[in-house]
Design a protein around this ligand. Structure first.
Ligand code: KG4
Ligand code: ZN
Length: 358
């Protein structure tokens, strides 16, 4: 079934065409350069830019998938979580398309999209050779599996009992990992969003150059991640450090990233060991921070220790916000159990929708 999927949950206008687990096209128009001057995402600007661009992005996604509007058999759209007025733009457009084409509409949870993004596989044809890294093919998945979402708004370790049945094993009690990396990057004058540039700087830095505390080092298993203490320690450290050359920034970036990932590792390790999850053999990783190569290295190492196969999305484009993952999640839901809604009034914005409430 060919699905046209839309995601306008934050500052990316994205439209994809998917078929089962295959991504036929996945267009992302980022507002990052327009939003950068505000040091974050301004919801009213996000809404206006989504409205201006959505038709263009839809047409490009259809063209790239070599698909006509009439070939679309279902529409999927992110209902939440996200910025309410930004979500509204995608939902309105999805409802219009669904009515016009007389095809069902399915509302998808954005975090579920990230959670299942590593199940996607690339479109292959003699004309479009596969960029497959060998990590995206997931025909061999056997539930239950574990999932880890590391994005700008969420840090969640989830037990995926089956598609649509999720239990949160650990979540952040304050900042999300991506948010913490963004804040550290901002303290170092690296701009917003700063996770990727922080990673680049950290590559040239020494993780031992500056002392930063390991979050919750003394505490027992709490099934929660916490980044606010580390953030405050970083703030104090940056305040008293003379930043007079690039090496200092690289060292600070490396120290912060090392601690942030070390804490992630530790909580995942503890939660999995405490959860007696012996039958679980894989961990699916998704979200913007999953693009980080140092994090991938650490998770693979942890996977070896715990006997878990670690899966990442087949392309970096599938880590950040994109509609491809929404189409794939919708396809999996429809093939597993869910009926797409014929009643469009049931699809609505859900800015705080949690993964265990889908
Ligand atoms: O999943 P995403 O695109 O949006 C949300 O749903 O939040 O995640 C965005 C987050 C930002 O915090 C960004 O700094 C971070 O992902 N990010 C990275 C990298 N690329 C994006 N963090 C670390 N290393 C990267 N290479
Ligand atoms: Zn996201």
């Amino acid at each position: 079934m060919k699905i046209l999927a839309i995601d306008t949950s934050c500052d990316e206008t994205s439209v994809a065409v998917t078929e089962g687990l295959k991504i036929l096209s996945n267009i992302i128009w980022s507002q990052a350069s327009q939003q950068a001057q505000f040091g974050g995402v301004m919801p009213s600007l996000a809404q206006r830019l989504h409205e201006e661009r959505i038709d263009w992005v839809i047409n490009k996604a259809l063209r790239q998938a070599q698909c006509k509007l009439n070939d679309v058999e279902a529409v999927a759209v992110t209902e939440g979580p996200g910025l309410a007025i930004a979500l509204g733009v995608g939902i309105k457009k999805a409802k219009e398309l669904s009515s016009e084409l007389k095809v069902p509409l399915m509302g998808v949870n954005h975090i579920e999209g990230h959670l299942l993004s590593s199940l996607a596989s690339p479109f292959t044809s003699p004309l479009h050779p596969s960029p497959d890294s060998g990590e995206g093919n997931f025909r061999d998945v056997k539930f239950p599996v574990l999932g880890l979402v590391v994005s700008g708004g969420h840090t969640e370790l989830v037990l995926i009992k089956e598609i649509g049945k999720y239990e949160i094993l650990a979540r952040t009690s304050d900042d999300a990992l991506g948010e913490a990396l963004d804040k550290a990057a901002r303290m170092l004058g690296l701009g917003y969003p700063g996770g990727a540039i922080l990673e680049k700087m950290a590559r040239g830095g020494d993780i031992k150059a500056y002392p930063l505390p390991m979050p919750m080092a003394q505490s027992e298993i709490k099934n929660s991640f916490s980044y606010s203490g580390l953030k405050t320690a970083m703030y104090r450290l940056v305040e008293k450090t003379k930043i007079d050359d690039k090496q200092v920034i690289c060292d600070l970036a490396a120290s912060f990233q090392n601690r942030a990932f070390g804490h992630l590792d530790r909580v995942i390790n503890q939660s999995i060991r405490a959860g007696e999850l012996k039958s679980v053999s894989s961990l699916l990783v998704g979200g913007g921070v999953a693009a980080n190569m140092e994090l991938r290295k650490r998770l693979r190492k942890l996977g070896k220790e715990l006997g878990l196969k670690i899966r990442f999305p087949y392309s970096l484009k599938l880590c950040g916000d994109n509609a491809g993952m929404i189409g794939v999640a919708a396809g999996l839901r429809m093939s597993s159990f869910a009926k797409a809604s014929e009643d469009l009034t049931k699809i609505d914005r859900k800015p705080r929708w949690k993964i265990n409430e889908v």
